[in-house]
Design a protein around this ligand. Structure first.
Ligand SMILES: Nc1ncnc2c1ncn2[C@@H]1O[C@H](COP(=O)(O)OP(=O)(O)OP(=O)(O)O)[C@@H](O)[C@H]1O
Ligand SMILES: [Mg+2]
Length: 513
């Protein structure tokens, strides 16, 4: 008997979007069940129905054969269902242990018993190999640990069925391996895991069975051992996906961004960028390879005016840009795809159309003679929604009613349509499906061929290698190598630099910088 099963589930959102259309989804006790499908296919919606965050429009849900009504997450938790969301839901100013016990506090008299909470957290963490520091504040811990906190929080509440909505989208490859080890521990301990991802390689690696959704429907459920990435891709997209980019050789032009001896230290004095110097030219993509957390984020944020540098210089077409704030950087025709779309990328309650002009509404054609030109804002929305295949009924929809990957497409569409000279793209394809990755990759390369200078930051080494003309490796805040991306450069070789095991001789670095 399945541990959880849906029968003829439909979900129609109040705005008329039919997000789940006759879903008969079934998961066996103790399995790792992957759920895949394009952006907007209805995966998160189905999971929200199981977790009580949304109500089905019709259909039935069974747990161990008993029909259940899951009216809210409280109900779901009582029935042993836990969920870790695509967008984390932790309280930043609280500690790890506080977050884990939130609303589940054991009282010691009128006081909350933190000692017990910490002990309990540590025991759970040790049992499943989910390393966290119970005393650290959420705001201060890396994203991989935040995720482990979310998982522990669900386990603390007694989850038997754990739903993980795109857990690996924000993880480095080695964090992903740690997560997979934890998932295997969970399943060995009798838990059941439902796992959403866009990375088909992960599906093959970790799951027992996989369900594919497309356009709100269930295409099928197959045993992982009897399928492969290519077949899954075809089931998802309904066509063959090649994931190849056409990167014609071009001669690079003038220097666009020149960075000289840039350093950055955080409030507690840690040197996160050390003497960073490099140049990005017209008609080239300079990719940064590196394990996340080696200064890439800080570099992008300093260059886009979100953080002040400590020392050093950066010029765009000979003009100094540092320390002047984001708007002034934008005015120099710098576009930025931020790594965290929810914090820096979109205004969640504003419409898609408004989000697409949020950086340029005060200019023509969106403002004329001091007045907003609604028609041109609407038309711009319609055009970009079509071009970037943003799945939405129309541009008036608030961004928070979009699926995760479609939010990302809004950010990418806005930035690529801003006619930039320089694009700083951090994790540009995070959370988007394979068809959209193919499109965004080609778009980045085409704009580069058309003259754009791109600084690409990605945790995905294959993405960096596929797109870049030159590759620069960062390790502990320093550049440890810069290479032309030719056939002599292999993933393995870059790997040594990423781990700090190798360092390019200074003279060679200067030649390619
Ligand atoms: N709160 C909401 N109100 C209205 N429509 C919504 C809401 N949430 C999601 N939708 C719509 O329902 C459809 C399915 O969205 P869902 O988030 O389930 O997709 P998904 O498969 O998880 O996609 P992704 O891979 O991008 O995360 C989309 O068209 C989305 O715009
Ligand atoms: Mg989703």
């Amino acid at each position: 008997m399945p541990i959880i099963e849906t029968q003829a589930i439909h979900k129609i959102y109040p705005n008329g979007v039919h997000a789940n259309d006759d879903i008969n989804f079934s998961v066996e006790q103790g399995e790792i069940h992957a759920l895949v499908g394009e952006n907007g296919a209805g995966k998160s919606t189905l999971m929200k129905l199981l977790y009580g965050l949304e109500q089905p429009s019709s259909g039935r849900i069974f747990i161990r054969g008993d029909e259940v009504l899951i009216e809210n997450p409280q109900d779901a938790i009582e029935r042993g269902i836990g969920m870790v969301h695509q967008n984390f839901m932790l309280v930043d100013s609280f500690t790890v242990a506080q977050n884990i016990i939130l609303n589940r506090e054991t009282k010691n008299g009128p006081q909350i018993d933190f000692a017990q909470a910490q002990a309990h957290t540590e025991a759970l963490a040790a049992e499943y190999g989910l390393a966290v520091n119970p005393r650290a504040r959420i705001a201060d811990i890396p994203v991989g640990m935040r995720q482990r906190v979310e998982i522990l929080k669900a386990l603390y509440r007694g989850a038997e069925i754990l739903i993980l909505d795109e857990p690996t989208a924000v993880l480095t490859p080695s964090e992903t391996q740690d997560l997979f080890a934890a998932i295997r521990n969970l399943v060995e301990g009798g838990k059941t895991v439902i796992f959403i991802t866009h990375k088909l390689k992960e599906v093959i690696e970790i799951s027992d069975r996989v369900t594919v959704m497309r356009d709100a429907r269930q295409v099928g459920t197959v045993n992982t051992a009897e399928t492969n990435e290519r077949e899954l891709a075809r089931m998802m997209v309904g066509r063959e996906v090649f994931m190849q980019v056409d990167r014609a050789a071009v001669t690079r032009g003038d220097a666009v961004l020149s960075v000289r001896d840039l350093t950055y230290a955080d409030a507690s004095g840690h040197q996160l960028l050390k003497q960073v110097s490099f140049t990005v030219y017209q008609r080239e993509i300079l990719g940064i390879a590196g394990v996340e957390g080696n200064g890439q984020t800080e570099l992008a944020e300093v260059l886009t005016g979100l953080r002040p540098p400590t020392t050093g210089e950066a010029f765009i077409s000979q003009q100094q840009i540092l320390g002047q704030g984001p708007r002034s950087v934008r005015e120099r025709q710098v576009a930025h795809i931020p790594e965290d779309r929810l914090t820096n990328g979109v205004a969640l309650s504003s419409s898609i159309a408004d989000n697409l002009i949020i950086d340029r509404y005060y200019r023509e054609p969106f403002t004329r003679r001091g007045l907003l030109d609604i028609k041109s804002i609407v038309n711009n929305g319609i055009e970009l929604i079509r071009e970037f295949n943003i799945i939405a009924p129309d541009g008036t929809i608030p961004v928070n009613a979009l699926s995760g990957g479609n939010m990302q497409k809004v950010v990418v569409a806005r930035e690529l349509s801003s006619a930039p000279k320089l694009l700083i793209a951090a994790q540009p394809t995070r959370g988007v499906d394979i068809g959209a990755i193919e499109f965004i990759h080609q778009e980045l390369v085409d704009q580069r061929t058309g003259g754009l200078a791109i600084l690409l930051i990605s945790a995905d080494l294959q993405e960096v290698m596929k797109l870049s003309d030159r590759i620069m490796v960062m390790y502990e805040g320093e550049i440890v190598g810069i290479f032309p991306n030719d056939s002599s450069l292999t993933e393995e070789r870059i790997g040594y630099y990423m781990l700090g095991a190798e360092r390019q001789p200074q003279a060679e670095m200067e030649r390619y910088a």
